[in-house]
Unconditional design. Sequence first.
Length: 261
Amino acid sequence: MKLVTPSVYVVSRPQIDWPSIVRYLADEVGVTIDWAGLRGEVPSGEALIEFMARLCYRSFEPGLNANVTKVRENRADYFENILQSRHGSVLAHVHYSFVFHNVSRVFTHEVVRHSAGTDISQESLRYVRLDQIKFWLPQWAQDDRELHDRCEHVINMLENYQKWMAEHFKLDDPGTPFAEKKHKTSFMRRFAPLGLATSIGMTFNVRALRHVIETRYSGHAEEEMQVVMPLLFDIMKRELPLLFNDYVVTPAGLETPHRKV
């Protein structure tokens, strides 16, 4: 058994084609913007959401829409208004991809329930053979020495059984076809514990991200969720501060006046 700690990696962010936005604004709307300056100073996720939101009302500047005589120029105020008015559809244009690493299948079985606005790719134990079982134990379980030792004994026993089956099925023999390896590996995973550490890749749109973080960053959430969700929240506060700074961390979890945006 190898003790591990869950971690979160952001592996993909939105990328804007600024010249195309500039051409659209100039040709169709009659607006000129300094895209070079914006590209370097504004997070792409926030910029794309703002563009899509202003597109809805032709509110890039006063006078483009006869019904709009004043526009919010302060970006913080603009995003506050999006959250306050629950204009959540514009948040769905922006996607971020993450790898949740060294998380258990307990965690993955829960997080994949949030399928709306997400795409999921999980490490397949039908193909990936287990030769070492990595495991996360909460600190209180590690501190209980008898519990820890018994956990280690059970996991090591299961780990050795995986190795015995691989040898018994001759999976490393040169003549064993891949189809046979896949068939037997799928059988072998049935003897792996639900708590084994694995990896899952997930892509969320920002609307879905807010929902998942609000729901799962809670003092009532499953124990591993309480480890992983703060990591995800901290990443998004850095990535999109104007869209995640409305949350307040409390002992019960996250609080925000803008639920279900």
